[in-house]
Design a protein around this ligand. Sequence first.
Ligand code: NAD
Length: 446
Amino acid sequence: MTGLSVIGSGYVGLVWACCMADRGHQVVISERDREKLRLLNEGKLPFYEPCLEGLMSRALAKARLSFTSETCEAVANSEISFIAVGTPSIRLGGMNLSQIKSASVDVGRALRETKFYHIVVVRSSVTPGTTTNLIKPTLERTSGKRVGRDFGLAVQPEFLREGSAIRDVLNPDRIVIGACDKRAGNRLRRFYRAFYSHKVPPLLEVSPTCAEMIKLASNAFLAARVSFINEIANICERLEDVDVVDVATGMGLDRRIGSAYFNAGLEFGGSCLPKDLRLLIAKSKQLGHSPLLLEAILRANDLQLLQALRIVKEELGTLSGKRITILGLAFKPGTDDIREAPSLRLIEHLLELGAKITVYDPVATQKASQILGNKVSYANSLHTSLRNADCCILATEWPDFKRLKPEKFVSLMRVPVLVDGRRVYSPKKYMDRLRYRTIGLGSRRR
Ligand code: NAD
């Protein structure tokens, strides 16, 4: 059993901490947000993630997990500290480093007091060079100690997906370690071999900057796949007898291509793909390279939402005064995360065009209401959200939405126009019964 501390109790930090505690480690989480800390101390989750509540209760019941606002206290009681604070991008490119800087200062001050070799692991996604050029000097300055001599430092990017975060942490495709010093690399390798003793994932050891690059490049590639299939969808729509779902299936069966992140629909969103792509673009420009392909991925994604808007306008004509239901607010199913959610941008456009919006999401309504305020109506059930609507746009593919039969839309809506932004319904079945429109369906299939 190892004493661990985790700085930041967000979607990454809390899941990581609970998984570690569940496997027998003693974990202290340091969180600076008072409200989150209050919830955690009451045994409540500050966000939704499937199965996390049970995992956290179990860890708390066994007294393996605790929370504090004092990073010093957390670090002092541990051998390894994981930094999992937020790294948002700033609009004009680049990274908002404030959380990383403050966490590094806090950890550095704590290291001043430690008597034994301690390892700091950067789990946040940062632009290449951040650990070497910012985190390392900050830790050394504030601790008065040296990396490699007095404490260890490594980058270990996190690849979990919200909605399946626990599964991803417990069964990762790979562990990437970018250690600044040999001792830290050796210790972490032993730590992960023991932790994953049931099935050790491939362990890749690289330089810290390379580990940072692997994370951003991976997300840029996933974003590229989504933008690629969306582009193909937009071409399919202008052909006759083609459905992008068949094209994606046919392509995905090729083992060189595969089917992950290959679903056409609304733009990609969330707290990672757009942000990491922007970070990589900004870094590339800073280094003097013009990242044409990366910029095109982002631009194509920005424009993708207009495809759905065009379809809605084709069906409804003017949107002024039309009642439109948005099914799903979270950026994807299985989470309440609404950071850069496509639904929010869609709603913004529809409101500008004079539509009256009703929204429904099984878990993300409360978070979205902090942004949308009273500009929209909030339905408290799936069925009430559809009542008397002129159009329904499916923005997040929650399982409950997938189960809605065409008859339900027809019986509840004033005008049964369904715009399937996630390709969850069978066009054949739904088209026979209502005005079904979707992305990537050729003209003769409509
Ligand atoms: P988040 O915003 O949900 O959580 C960050 C937490 O850190 C917040 O609760 C914040 O209050 C806390 N914090 C900030 N500064 C602190 C400090 N000095 N001391 C203590 N607590 C502090 O972020 P997240 O979604 O968990 O992401 C964290 C990092 O992991 C980001 O770099 C992100 O890009 C990366 N990442 C996220 C995901 C994901 O799916 N969310 C997946 C892989 C990687």
